[in-house]
Design a protein around this ligand. Structure first.
Ligand SMILES: C[S@@+](CC[C@H](N)C(=O)[O-])C[C@H]1O[C@@H](n2cnc3c(N)ncnc32)[C@H](O)[C@@H]1O
Length: 319
């Protein structure tokens, strides 16, 4: 997965002329803050240098994770054709770009972001977007959300930046502003999964129908030290590679997400929870099933078409 061409070009143009040594140093500092989940009252993307490091080294990965999550939502509710999007903690507008790619019906996006530095950069990138109506709002998600509803509401890589006490209020607020579907994406760490589980319980209590990744609304069958997460392969551009001082032209972004809807899902295929283990004539899938169980299923060539399907499915897919 890579950023769509107009966005890639806009990112390259925003990064042109930025001294590489500065980009490398800022990207390292930013990565440390994310890895340690620092909550010191200062925004991670507090100034232009951090905003530039974000679009160089994080945006391609969050885009890939968000795109995969929106695609899973779409797969479970194929009739959903959102026209309006509300994205909270929009950063450089990552969700807007991914959602516009998944749904050609999307025509309006409201993007709430409190950091002036990343908002300004996001506005610059969005100048090349196909969406006719994009409204950027300066607002704090802890206090400034209005009651207006939108077809699709999203919150990507934001819960981890909030104090625990602010998360519950925010999830209730997001749901009240959701006309059809809500998507929350978090880093694929055990802590990210725990935050998603808490949001899931809260949304189910509010009457939400879980679309993905879970094929049920029962208790999660995964127990620590295991945890539920997925992976998206991200193509690194030249500048992305240089900013990370990396050799390999790709990286794997681990993520976890939750898609919920006001409309129930009709079919609940199992979800593949880890990379399939393949050998000649056999494949083992770790599955989360509609009855609330998690199982390992061995399929062999003797099972014909089902075996062929199992060979084609990937981590995160439906079986
Ligand atoms: C890791 S970035 C994610 C950006 C984008 N959603 C993405 O996935 O690429 C988190 C964003 O949330 C914003 N944010 C954090 N706390 C916020 C708050 N209280 N109100 C509004 N935005 C906030 C940050 O400024 C930052 O841009």
């Amino acid at each position: 997965m890579e950023l769509p061409l107009p966005l890639r070009q806009a990112v390259d143009s925003a990064l042109a002329g930025v001294p590489m040594a500065e980009l490398v140093a800022t990207a390292k500092a930013l990565s440390q803050r994310y890895r340690n989940e620092v909550r010191d009252g200062r925004l991670h993307l507090s100034d232009a240098r951090y905003a530039l490091a974000y679009i160089a080294t994080r945006m391609p990965a969050t885009y890939a994770a968000i795109h995969a999550s929106l695609t899973a939502l779409n797969e479970q509710q194929p009739g959903f054709a959102p026209r309006s999007l509300l994205d909270i903690g929009a950063g450089p507008g990552t969700v807007m770009w991914a959602a516009a790619g998944v749904w050609p019906t999307l025509e309006a996006a409201t993007l709430v972001e409190t950091s002036p530095a990343i908002r300004a950069l996001g506005e610059r990138l969005a100048a090349t977007s196909r969406l006719p109506r994009i409204a950027w709002r300066d607002g704090d998600l802890r206090s400034d959300l209005t009651g207006e509803q939108h077809d699709l509401v999203t919150l990507a890589y934001v819960l981890d930046e909030l104090a625990a006490k602010d998360r519950d209020t925010l999830v209730d607020r997001l749901w009240s502003q959701t006309r059809h579907a809500l998507l929350i994406v978090e880093p694929g760490t055990t802590a990210g999964w725990q935050r998603i589980l808490a949001a899931r319980a809260q949304l189910i209590a509010n009457g939400a129908h879980i679309l993905a990744p879970c094929p049920h609304a029962l208790a999660c069958p995964i127990a620590q030290p295991d945890w539920c997460h997925f992976s998206a392969r991200v193509a690194r551009s030249r500048i992305h590679r240089l900013a990370k001082e990396a050799e390999v032209p790709w990286e794997d972004e681990k993520f976890i997400y939750l898609a919920a809807s006001r409309t129930p899902v009709t079919a609940h295929p199992s979800r593949v929870l880890s990379p399939p283990e393949s050998a000649t004539g056999r494949v083992t899938l770790k599955l989360c099933n509609a009855d609330g169980s998690a199982t390992r299923r061995l399929l062999t060539r003797r099972e014909g078409e089902v075996f062929k399907q199992a060979r084609r499915v990937d981590w995160g897919g439906l079986f």
